[in-house]
Design a protein around this ligand. Structure first.
Ligand code: PCA
Length: 328
């Protein structure tokens, strides 16, 4: 190819992309903060979603993913999208239970412990969740579950008594409450910062997925992972409703189509990542296996307390979600 044809081809390609943008009149660049590492399946799925949107809107909406909390930390992403500092972002809504207990629907211990049940629970919660978010100027695009949550420790733990006084990294209200009820000392730390926290002894334990332990190489500091399957929390991708309102109907349909694809692909990736990352923890040198019957029994008692507390906080809407989930 000569230099000229190369320039022409490039120009043609740019024009092909630019055409619909100009026709639509709303060429937009959307920065999308995400809290987890670039190699995490949520982040990779976010990049695939961005690619899908770029293609499906003919370049009219050009999303750039910023993983690892590099643009906004996890805890700040929701507010950033709400207030229009960024048009779109991903956040673990159970980190905002203080605003509305419904945001913690997915972190009620032992309510939904499998992918099938967590999907049913999400279906039951989604309309209410979307309504609450809409009141906060947020439009829910897609949601993807983390793998089942298990307990990480530095030392072997066979009962709640063994957890007494242990420094415990929490990521939402439920994880902090679990720590309190089991005699541990909760400290809130973003996923992006846990390797450092464990290495320096700020925390010696957490509840999370195999995925997050694997992403952060926690075997460098911790030694045990107990597969408790306490719950499967969701990450949610949300767009600012004012921004969304300015998107043409055609592009809304395109983005929604990509969001549906991302929800399905993210779910499959989450499932596949479960075993892969548990194997990875083992290869890193950790002991990975089920918790003792004693510990499981004690955690279920704590779970019952937390369920009662959540139902009280979430009121009639919470009860309706749980009833709808159980009816399916
Ligand atoms: N990883 C995230 C939330 C749930 C999970 O599995 C974290 O630990 O922050």
């Amino acid at each position: 190819m000569t230099k000229l044809t190369s320039i022409l081809t490039t120009t043609a390609a740019v024009t092909a992309i630019a055409g619909p943008v100009l026709a639509d009149g709303h060429a937009q660049k959307w920065d999308m903060p995400m809290a987890y590492s670039a190699t995490n399946f949520h982040s990779e799925n976010g990049v695939a979603f961005a690619d899908c949107v770029r293609e499906a809107t003919g370049g009219a909406i050009d999303i750039t993913v910023h993983p690892s909390g590099s643009l906004f930390k996890g805890a700040d992403i929701k507010r950033a999208v709400q207030t229009g500092q960024v048009p779109i972002g991903e956040r673990l809504l159970s980190g905002h239970q203080n605003e509305n207990a419904i945001f913690g629907f997915d972190s009620v211990p032992f309510l939904a412990t499998s992918y099938d049940d967590s999907a049913k629970l999400f279906d039951a919660a989604r309309p209410k969740l979307a309504e609450i978010l809409a009141d906060q100027n947020l439009t829910l695009l897609y949601s993807v579950p983390w793998p089942p949550q298990g307990l990480y420790f530095k030392n072997e733990v066979n009962s709640v008594a063994d957890m007494d006084g242990v420094k415990f990294r929490s990521y939402n209200n439920a994880t902090a409450r679990l720590a309190e009820l089991s005699g541990m000392l909760p400290v809130t730390i973003e996923a992006a910062e846990i390797s450092q926290a464990f290495a320096t002894g700020v925390a010696d334990s957490m509840i999370s997925s195999g995925a997050t332990g694997y992403d952060r190489k926690v075997w460098e500091s911790l030694n045990y992972f107990y597969e408790v399957d306490a719950w499967l929390p969701y990450n949610h991708v949300m767009v600012n409703s004012d921004v969304w309102g300015d998107v043409s109907d055609d592009n809304k349909a395109a983005v929604t189509g990509c969001a549906d694809t991302a929800a399905a692909a993210g779910l499959e990736a989450s499932k596949a990542y479960t075993q892969f990352t548990l194997d990875g923890l083992r290869e890193g040198g950790m002991t990975v296996g089920p918790a003792s019957d004693t510990l499981v029994g004690e955690l279920k008692e704590i779970g019952a307390t937390m369920t009662t507390e959540w139902l009280e906080a979430a009121g009639a809407d919470g009860t309706a979600i749980v009833d709808a989930f159980k009816a399916n």
